[in-house]
Design a binder for this molecule. Structure first.
Ligand code: 6GU
Length: 229
């Protein structure tokens, strides 16, 4: 059982993604638990304050350390966490090898940033990983947290029906996925490659591999060169 505790001041942004399709089925099967924690419940006063002006001035509010510290400590008192991940555009860019590694962890806290970010002391004292989902700015870490959690959950054994199917994903061998086809075999004269109708499984696999290499060379040549991936 993998457990995600997601700390956010916008929990409604995260209710949708986990209530449908593969992510819902993973929870229904008892393979994953996702718990949303509304930071507002840990506010420092009756006004529900969780952010404040930045010392030294400048635009934008900063998420305060106290509500976050209280929430994280409350969780850590209940179980041991393998990672406290802060979603931030200045984090390490998420890629498939990172997702593979993180998918093996059991208890994960994900902290969603908002506004101008969180007090630096949160990062210094509590955060073990800082992750971005790409070089562009989102208005908060919630959508990024959903992307990260999805990329991990689908790798958990038993989550996908055909367990081998995560292995044939794009990026899993530094290759894009080959083209796929379904019925009809002829759509208005546009036909499916004959090899796929041949029933010759080894030949089909060979064709798929060649197509994957060709597609990668054409669309993402950087993946073939980049062994770090
Ligand atoms: Cl994790 N957060 C925000 N706010 N923007 C992002 C991001 C995260 N990753 C890419 N852009």
């Amino acid at each position: 059982m993998t457990r995600f505790d997601i700390i956010t001041c916008q929990p409604h942004l995260l209710t949708g993604p986990f209530d449908h399709s593969i992510l819902k089925r993973a929870q229904d099967k008892g393979l994953v638990e996702v718990h949303l924690h509304d930071l507002r419940k840990y506010a420092i006063n009756k006004h529900g304050q969780i952010d404040d002006y930045a010392f030294g001035g400048g635009a934008g509010m900063v998420l305060m350390i106290e509500p976050i510290a209280t929430c994280i400590r409350e969780l850590q008192a209940q179980r041991t966490y393998d990672a406290v991940i802060y979603m931030t555009p200045d984090g390490q860019t998420l890629n498939q090898p990172m997702a593979n590694r993180l998918s093996m962890l059991k208890n994960i806290i994900i902290l969603c940033g908002h506004y101008k970010g969180v007090d630096q002391r949160v990062r210094d004292l509590f955060v073990t990983h800082e992750i971005s989902i790409g070089d562009y700015v989102l208005s908060g870490g919630e959508l990024a947290a959903a992307v990260l959690a999805d990329s991990l959950i689908r790798l958990i054994p038993g989550v996908l029906n055909d367990e081998s199917s995560a292995l044939s994903d794009s990026f899993q061998d530094n290759l894009l996925a080959p083209p796929v086809y379904s019925r009809p075999a002829d759509f208005e004269g546009h036909t499916v490659p004959d090899i796929l109708l041949s029933g010759n499984t080894p030949k089909v696999e060979e064709w798929r591999f060649e197509q994957a290499v060709q597609r990668t060379r054409q669309l993402r040549p950087d993946l073939l060169r980049d062994e770090k991936n």
